[in-house]
Design a protein around this ligand. Sequence first.
Ligand code: AP5
Length: 236
Amino acid sequence: MYKQPKIVVFLGPPGAGKGTQAARLAAALELPSISTGEILRRECQSETERGRRLRTLLQAGKLVDNSQINEIMETRLAKKDCRDGCILDGFPRTVEQAVYLDRMLGKLNMPQPIVFNFVVSAAELIERLERRRQCPTCGRTYRVNEQAEGPMFCQNDHSLLILRADDQPSAIRVRMESYEENSAELVRYYSGANCHRIAAGQAPAKVTMELFNALGLGHLNRQKAASGGQWSVVTC
Ligand code: AP5
């Protein structure tokens, strides 16, 4: 049976929970979740001129050029696994990228995106980023609790969890400023029936249910909603 493709876009500041919710929605919709941040972090590992340049940008919390991001996304969206749609976590981040996305979707005969704008207070964002740890091997994200001390290990593959280079306070500041600079114009660009504001300061399961309801997926059970989540609390 023909399935209408679904393109879902998550807008939101650093630490808003886009990655956490993208994993859950991807599991429920059986669509790929595409994180430009993850793609770039992988590219940063290469010891090429491009890899080194990206590493410097990301560590400082600065945005990568629109042209480079658009090119990466053009290749990624043309892949077979996006035939039924995808969840875009972190793209577009500027109006220039949004215009480019519209053009790409038109060329691929895909519908316009359904956009979710994650809204969370700055104080909550900073706390989340300070408490986030990531597995460098599988990419799984954790939130450590206040009492956690000493080395922490991934529950999937036992790698030592790390603090992302751009979760240092100076980089968090730059990322937040850059979000502030671009977000108002981007949200305006997407204002309309297909743009939903999400109160993302709530508990993860509540945010998931808001998303599901907006997408008409309220019939899916909560277990399915949480199954793709990267929500883990680590204590040591
Ligand atoms: P990217 O990796 O996309 O970073 P980001 O947008 O800053 O978002 P984060 O990954 O920090 O946060 P998130 O919203 O996914 O939150 P998460 O679910 O992890 O991009 C990194 C860099 O790449 C950018 O700075 C830029 O340099 C570059 N880049 C990427 N895309 C680009 C583009 N399009 N153009 C140009 N440059 C680009 O949650 C955060 C923490 O909170 C976790 O520990 C999680 O467990 C916890 N948490 C999640 N939900 C909740 C909740 N409801 N309550 C409490 N805690 C929660």
